[in-house]
Design a protein around this ligand. Structure first.
Ligand SMILES: [Ca+2]
Ligand SMILES: [Ca+2]
Ligand SMILES: [Ca+2]
Length: 272
């Protein structure tokens, strides 16, 4: 009996060592309770938008063989009230990646997010985690953001389970390389099945919240339509909520057009 135990323990160690050689992993953290955009955003009033639904807590990126798995952890258990089929309905997450700070990249983002990246944080790839069928997401990108299509990665399957949204894509689709050296950003939005004609499946942020509208912003598009994201060192320290407020600061002209768009940065090793 004792001997069997020892053998079992030894086997576990071997698996762990083999795993650490084969797999690469990045974990970034975000504080709880900063799902308020630039500071004062509120959730829509419908009961499907449970407290914590858009509260980003963690991004875990794991490379195994030819694939990379992305896991976005939120502040509450996921539900599928609209029966989208993948275990979640109300969330949508954009995972921006800077694979190479020296390479050509993009600072603009998808229509309906109303944010831009700083030049030093330009990105090369974005993985869109949506409960919509991949063909619908692709069609939205083709018709509303054709210039971003080549940089967009749409997983064939995105799942929600517990508090985690996850998807696996081919590493080649992101361009390969060492994922521990990439820069990252996750923008938390809400899946809007009936988006504004220019918006890429994103839910609007208005001055006042409504049944299916976030509040605390502006009725037009000069405000960032982002509920939570990483800031600072992405260790999950409470101070990062303040950094988020500063990063999402924006200015509107009196007519509601943008005077200065919220300008965001990537986090992780490549951002330093
Ligand atoms: Ca958060
Ligand atoms: Ca708005
Ligand atoms: Ca945050």
């Amino acid at each position: 009996m004792v001997r069997t135990w020892r053998c079992a323990a030894l086997a576990a160690v071997v698996v762990l060592v083999a795993g650490s050689v084969l797999a690469q992993e990045v974990v970034l953290k975000d504080p709880a309770g900063d799902d308020f955009g630039p500071g004062a955003y509120t959730y829509p009033t419908d009961a499907v938008y449970k407290a914590g639904s858009f509260d980003l807590r963690q991004l875990k990126v794991v490379s195994k063989g030819d694939n990379v798995t992305f896991e976005v952890t939120l502040g509450t258990d996921l539900d599928d009230p609209w029966r989208m089929g993948g275990g979640f309905s109300v969330q949508m997450a954009f995972i921006f990646i800077q694979t190479d700070p020296a390479a050509e990249g993009l600072t603009k983002t998808y229509p309906g997010l109303n944010v831009q990246f700083a030049p030093e944080s330009k990105w090369q790839k974005c993985i869109i985690l949506s409960p919509q069928p991949p063909a619908r997401v692709k069609n939205e990108v083709e018709t509303k953001a054709a210039d971003l299509l080549a940089a967009t990665v749409i997983p064939t399957r995105t799942r929600g389970s517990g508090r985690v949204l996850s998807a696996t894509v081919a590493k080649a689709d992101i361009g390969g390389g060492d994922l521990t050296k990439w820069g990252y950003q996750v923008l938390m939005q809400s899946n809007e099945g009936f988006p504004d004609k220019a918006d890429l499946l994103t839910r609007k942020v208005n001055e006042y919240e409504g049944q299916h509208r976030f509040g605390g912003g502006n009725d037009l598009d000069c405000d960032p339509h982002v509920v939570d994201l990483f800031a600072g060192a992405a260790t999950g320290d409470k101070s990062e909520a303040e950094e988020q407020k500063k990063m999402l600061a924006y200015e509107c002209n009196p007519d509601g057009t943008s005077k200065s768009l919220a300008t965001i940065k990537t986090v992780g090793v490549a951002a330093k």
